[in-house]
Design a protein around this ligand. Structure first.
Ligand code: ZN
Length: 116
């Protein structure tokens, strides 16, 4: 097919229109799959470790799991558990001291009542 030349004026170079069928789309080397509709919520609590392929896969939903992200989530979860355990330990200590104080007050009142 012959190229079409458009002449605008003498001060502007001619515009050459390429025939559409001569244009070849480049081949894509990487295709990004839109798998959003297949994504379901999963916490990936259990994983399978594939030694040969050196990959990690969720044992529940089958999704590929980033090993670093998975370990980081476990570490953060455990740090949160330890923090909560420390808080609970202190809470038990404070409540125990409060109970002991109340118990002392009750004994003192009982002594006062007996002395009357
Ligand atoms: Zn999962």
């Amino acid at each position: 097919m012959k190229n079409k030349i458009i002449k605008i004026n003498d001060s502007v170079p001619d515009v050459v229109l390429m025939p559409a069928e001569d244009f070849k789309m480049p081949e894509l080397k990487i295709v990004v799959a839109d798998d959003k509709e297949h994504v379901k919520y999963c916490r990936h609590d259990q994983v399978k470790i594939w030694k040969y392929h050196r990959t990690v896969q969720c044992a529940n939903c089958g999704a590929s799991v980033d090993p670093f992200e998975w370990l980081l989530n476990i570490a953060n979860f455990q740090a949160g558990q330890v923090s909560q355990l420390k808080w609970l330990h202190n809470e038990v200590k404070w409540k125990t001291e409060e109970i002991e104080s109340l118990d002392r007050k009750i004994r003192e009142r009982k002594k006062q009542i007996k002395s009357l």
